[in-house]
Design a protein around this ligand. Structure first.
Ligand SMILES: Cc1cc2nc3c(=O)[nH]c(=O)nc-3n(C[C@H](O)[C@H](O)[C@H](O)COP(=O)(O)OP(=O)(O)OC[C@H]3O[C@@H](n4cnc5c(N)ncnc54)[C@H](O)[C@@H]3O)c2cc1C
Length: 463
């Protein structure tokens, strides 16, 4: 008889596994006093860090300041599942949905971005436990197979090295009684330790001469016509250009909050699996995995063979960045149940860490860059849960816009168009509540839940 799921949480830490390390780098000092810079980057997540590194690569003489409200990597970046994917559009099917006429060019940008990601990792000697084992989309129900086959054909047409696996073949890769088939995309993706990646980028930025201040939140943006003044509690920077890599945070620009919504996603880390436990599920090729549930789950192995198992989205009124539920162990029980249903062979495995993190959801389902203050400020976000590699591209797109550099994406709608507005509160809260309630039962019960989700999709929102 199986025990109640709470028994698997007896030693759990409600903190991101990735950040729970004694070798985290020292926190940089806070900004105190007045200074000037050629470029200010706000936010020390992947977007801000990639922007800092790439700005120095574009022009080593630029004086670049990064301001991070808390500590580098403590936002979405150090909380991610860490599956690295090529697409800058949240996958090919989403690119088809949003920019069907630019598919080849977007694929090319994704490929170049991943090449740039790999080169930077090698060039700066970033140690981030990267494994290039591909990614697998697993169908958890027979009726998801036709869609899987369609996605497979789409990827093949665009030159991806993909294979379609039947029930037996997928079990040989990763054993779960739920899997009816899978698509394994063999290259162009893998897994990374996201906190080590962010800390590696931080070290690279510092080596390049970037002035990085932690514990230095932007409190106000002041427009002086020819320049901007970026205020923090103890300092200010005068600069002609500001890149905002602040994710879903409220930075005082109402238009941003109309277009980007914070939803919370949740993740579990197991204790390290013994060789015998790992042998029960196989997973010799250690791919990153997404499943086809409406309430999507994603999972991967860590270097010490823990399973990172993510995917239980929620919404909190006004996009509350610190909901009480994240600090309550019971929030994670449902995710634990899904883990057990997926891998009933691992009933004896417990969870070591559980955490939540912010997803910057937008109608495009992928990154956008938007100018403010006559182009002196550019905001970059909207990855919708798919920004580990995409953030390098997002940062580059933002810099190209801010510095007015010609670049391939500036001739495409990905850089030329924006994202739709999302209804304000309390409609936003109501819509999100109904949608997430529908997610929970859509696969098992169908009925109005599936009808509602299809309706939201038809309105142009990615699900
Ligand atoms: C649970 C979870 C799982 C995910 N899994 C994956 C995955 O497997 N693969 C994938 O590709 N993507 C994944 N993502 C998405 C990915 O993590 C994000 O797209 C990416 O990290 C976004 O980086 P960012 O720098 O834009 O945002 P963030 O990392 O959130 O950085 C924004 C930074 O801005 C700072 N900031 C905010 N306000 C201010 C201010 N006023 N002043 C100064 N600084 C400020 C914040 O403190 C924060 O550090 C996941 C996200 C979550 C939450």
């Amino acid at each position: 008889m199986s025990t109640h799921i709470s028994s698997c949480f007896s030693g759990v830490k409600l903190f991101p596994f990735w950040l729970d390390r004694s070798d985290a780098p020292a926190v940089e000092r806070e900004l105190i006093g007045r200074t000037n810079a050629d470029l200010v980057i706000v936010g020390g997540g992947f977007t801000g860090l990639w922007a800092a590194v790439q700005a120095k690569e574009m022009d080593p003489s630029l004086d670049v300041v990064v301001l991070e409200a808390g500590k580098v990597a403590y936002g979405a970046s150090g909380r991610a599942g860490g599956i690295v994917s090529t697409s800058v559009m949240h996958g090919l099917p989403n690119a088809v949905r949003v920019f069907p006429n630019d598919l080849d060019a977007l694929e090319q940008l994704g490929q170049e971005n991943l090449d740039g990601f790999k080169q930077a990792v090698a060039h700066y000697g970033i140690e981030a436990d990267i494994e290039w084992n591909g990614e697998m989309t697993v169908a958890v129900e027979e009726r998801h197979l036709p869609q899987l086959r369609e996605d497979y054909e789409l990827h093949r047409r665009h030159g991806h090295n993909v294979v379609l696996l039947d029930r037996e073949q997928v079990q040989a890769q990763l054993a779960s009684p739920l899997y009816a088939g899978a698509m394994w995309s063999k290259d162009r993706s893998g897994t990374v330790h996201p906190a080590k990646m962010a800390w590696g980028l931080k070290a690279a930025a510092l080596r390049l001469g970037v002035r990085l201040y932690e514990l230095s939140p932007l409190t106000r943006l002041e427009d002086n016509n020819t320049s901007m003044v970026v205020h923090t509690p103890s300092g200010r920077v005068t600069t002609p250009r500001v890149l905002l890599g602040t994710g879903t945070a409220n930075v005082g620009i109402t238009d941003i909050n109309r277009r980007v919504v914070q939803v919370r996603d949740h993740v579990l880390a197991t204790d390290p699996l013994t060789d015998e436990q790992l042998a029960r599920i196989g997973w010799h090729n250690r791919q990153g995995v997404y499943d086809t549930r409406t309430q999507l789950n994603y999972y991967r192995l860590t270097r010490d063979n823990r399973i990172i198992f993510g995917g239980l989205v929620s919404y909190h009124f006004n996009g509350n960045p610190n909901p009480a539920q994240d600090a309550d162990e019971r929030t994670y029980y449902r995710l634990g149940e899904v883990f057990r249903k997926t891998f009933p062979q691992l009933q004896d495995v417990s969870f070591s860490h559980a955490w939540g993190g912010p997803i910057d959801y937008c109608s495009r389902g992928a990154v956008f860059a938007r100018p403010y203050f006559d182009g002196k400020v550019v905001y970059v976000a909207g990855y919708t849960g798919f920004g580990v590699a995409g953030s390098r591209f997002g940062a580059r797109m933002g810099l190209n816009m801010l510095l007015d550099r010609d670049a391939p994406e500036r001739h495409l709608d990905i850089a030329r168009t924006g994202v739709s507005m999302i209804p304000p509160e309390p409609l936003r809260w109501l819509g999100a509540k109904i949608t997430f309630h529908a997610f929970d039962g859509a696969d098992d019960q169908g009925g109005w839940k599936r009808w509602w989700i299809n309706g939201i999709k038809r309105l142009g929102f990615p699900m």
